[in-house]
Design a protein around this ligand. Structure first.
Ligand code: RUQ
Ligand code: CUA
Ligand code: CA
Length: 610
């Protein structure tokens, strides 16, 4: 704990904001707002009493879909047990399942095996998840991937041009997900072909057709575009911008006192597309919304360098977390139309600026009128009441300084990034569990050397006070997650593939030779492959197609070819293929890598190369 305090001072120094908070008349929050201190925290008295224990043989209540940060993957966890049940390879290579080895996955990855996933969001129908798709960003190589929930495998990867640092991503919530938006955090020249002056770097808000996985259009902005959200009526998308300065150094990015929350008006975007008010750049329709004159984007001033933006489950408020400012900005969505029509000023959409703590990053909701904000420097989760914050704002500074909106403050271990509550990004937010995705674990687990795991903590959200119930070590480095009740997902998830969705599906094994091109079709039925031997000539270009013909749930086979660096797994009724050059003469055993039968070890065959 004492080490943590030193870190807090260091973070303050790095951000240079300790003095600013004091100058603004705020009491340093950690001195008054800790879960153990008297006073404010006493407002919350009753703790939740839910059991987070999931006994052997029992199932979790929620599917958690986790981004995997710079691991490039997406993970599936059970909540409340916090057990990791599956990793879904997306932008990375996964040698166990063969992702990056098979022809099918190579066609999606196009030779790139690094990715940086931050934000996983589901497809919606009528403001809640419909269990069809997940979408996730790749900040590193600027792609967006789609995962089919029926198989929980990556199904499409879309390259997004004209943009760098794709960070925030969000899905349309109403009436259903037709559009997915993503934001470019790093401004670049558009098109990015040559060096340009930094004043000619732009941020890009991209709109993607969710079904076709094609780009509908892009909106070009001066400021950068960081986190993303959509409203609950299919009218707007949001982006925070911390670099309205067009800075390229950290001090330039911190120069202005105010940055922005951008609101994108979807009707006006559709109209601009209809009226052909765009330029085609790199094959994409790009709408110019720079210099604030397009009428498509509303720029709401928020305190310098904000981070997350989240919309409350009743659809009423977009809440922007201050990061460098110790406050959150509450924007009333019902006022946006008047601001777009010039009846009120953009800043009049802000209905509260409650004090939260040092380093507010992301906000989530319990569905009972409370918001919970992650506070990075303080290492806390702060639960606060939205209505009380708005009320205090009306009463003025003196009322505000008493912090009447604060319900409880929970110390977390340590330095929290995202937090997320169960179903919190839907109209069905149920306020049961909260996960605090902490960036540092320090002393919370057995010491595993200098590179330590992240620490994700499960919090009982059902009471008035926040109650910490579980620490979970996770590998590098989830940023965000959603937790979806199992009744939405479970009926959609299948136990076997639809075999003939893949036109290559093999029902009869055999070898077809066309000159040097050889196709080997193999069925896999426990415990045999459809052929015992394949004869090849040195220099042949060989494609092996394997279909798992076992329909039994959970019976998977592997196909590995000795000394040829080939391995993949096929699930029931799944088909995968690889292509390789038979350049090493000799006898090479192919074998099943996935334990499938009492005679699993005998499930092998020869490739004889002469
Ligand atoms: S965003 S905490 Cu805050 Cu991608 Cu990572
Ligand atoms: Cu098939 Cu082991
Ligand atoms: Ca800034």
């Amino acid at each position: 704990m004492s080490e943590n305090k030193t870190d807090r001072r260091n973070f303050l120094k790095i951000l240079g904001i300790g003095g600013a908070a004091v100058a603004a008349g705020y009491v340093m929050p950690k001195d008054i707002l800790t879960s153990k201190s008297k006073g404010i925290a006493e407002a919350g008295t009753s703790e939740g009493k839910q059991s987070h224990e999931v006994l052997p043989g029992q199932l979790d209540d929620y599917y958690g879909f986790w981004s995997g940060g710079q691991s490039g993957e997406v993970r599936v966890l059970g909540i409340p047990s916090m057990r990791q049940i599956k990793s879904i390879p997306v932008f990375n290579m996964d040698v166990a399942s063969g992702w990056g080895i098979t022809n099918e996955s190579k066609a999606l990855l196009k030779g790139r095996f690094c990715g940086d996933t931050h934000h996983v969001h589901g497809s919606y129908t009528d403001r809640t998840y419909d269990g069809k798709y997940l979408f996730v960003n790749d900040k590193l190589n600027n792609r967006v991937a789609r995962i089919r929930i029926d198989y929980l495998e990556t199904d499409k990867i879309l390259d997004v041009p004209n943009i760098q640092g794709i960070h925030g991503l969000f899905t349309q919530r109403f009436p259903k997900t037709e559009w997915v938006v993503c934001n470019g955090e790093f401004q670049v020249p558009v098109p990015n072909r040559a060096a340009a002056d930094q004043k000619d770097y732009y941020g890009i808000h991209t709109i993607i057709d969710a079904e076709k996985m094609e780009i509908v259009c892009q909106v070009m902005m001066d400021g950068n575009l960081d986190l993303a959200a959509t409203d609950y009526n299919g009218k707007y998308s949001f982006a925070t911008s911390y670099n309205t300065e067009k800075g390229v150094t950290i001090s330039e990015m911190l120069a202005a006192d105010y940055d922005a929350l951008y609101v994108f008006n979807w009707d006006r975007i559709k109209k601009a597309l209809n009226d052909k008010h765009y330029k085609v750049i790199e094959g994409i329709k790009v709408i110019d919304a720079t210099k604030g004159k397009s009428g498509i984007v509303l720029e709401i001033p928020v305190a310098k360098n904000p981070h997350g933006v989240n919309v409350s489950p009743d659809g009423k408020y977009a809440i922007c977390s201050g990061k460098v400012s110790p406050t959150c900005t509450v924007v009333e969505i019902a006022r946006l139309d008047d601001a777009f029509n010039g009846k009120i000023k953009p800043k009049d959409c802000v209905v509260a600026n409650p004090f939260i703590g040092l380093g507010p990053l992301h906000t989530t909701f319990d569905g009972r009128g409370n918001a919970i904000t992650s506070v990075f420097i303080d290492s806390t989760n702060v639960k606060w009441n939205i209505a009380k914050a708005i009320e205090a704002e009306k009463l003025g500074e003196e009322a505000k300084k008493k912090n009447p909106h604060i319900v409880d403050v929970l110390d977390v271990n340590y330095q929290v990034g995202h937090i997320e509550a169960t179903m919190a990004e839907t109209k069905e937010a149920d306020g049961r569990w909260l996960v605090s995705l902490n960036k540092f674990s320090k002393d919370r687990f057995l010491n595993v050397g200098p590179l330590k795991n992240e620490c994700e903590q499960l919090v009982d959200l059902s009471g008035e006070k926040l109650r910490l119930v579980h620490d979970s070590a996770t590998y590098i480095e989830p940023h965000d997650c959603i937790m979806v009740k199992k009744s939405i997902i479970e009926p959609k998830v299948k136990d076997r593939f639809n075999m003939f969705e893949n036109p290559l599906a093999v029902t009869e094994s055999g070898v077809v030779r066309k000159g040097k091109k050889v196709t080997v079709k193999l069925t896999a039925n426990a415990p045999v492959f459809g052929l015992q031997k394949v004869d090849l000539k040195k220099g042949d270009e060989v494609t092996v197609i394997v279909t798992n013909n076992d329909e039994i749930a959970d019976l998977a086979h592997g196909f590995a070819l000795s000394n040829y660096n080939i391995n993949f797994v096929v699930a029931p009724f799944q088909t995968k293929s690889v292509t390789f050059k038979a350049d090493k003469p000799g006898v090479y055993w192919a074998y099943c890598t996935n334990f499938c039968h009492a005679l699993h070890l005998e499930m092998r065959m020869r490739f004889i190369i002469t």
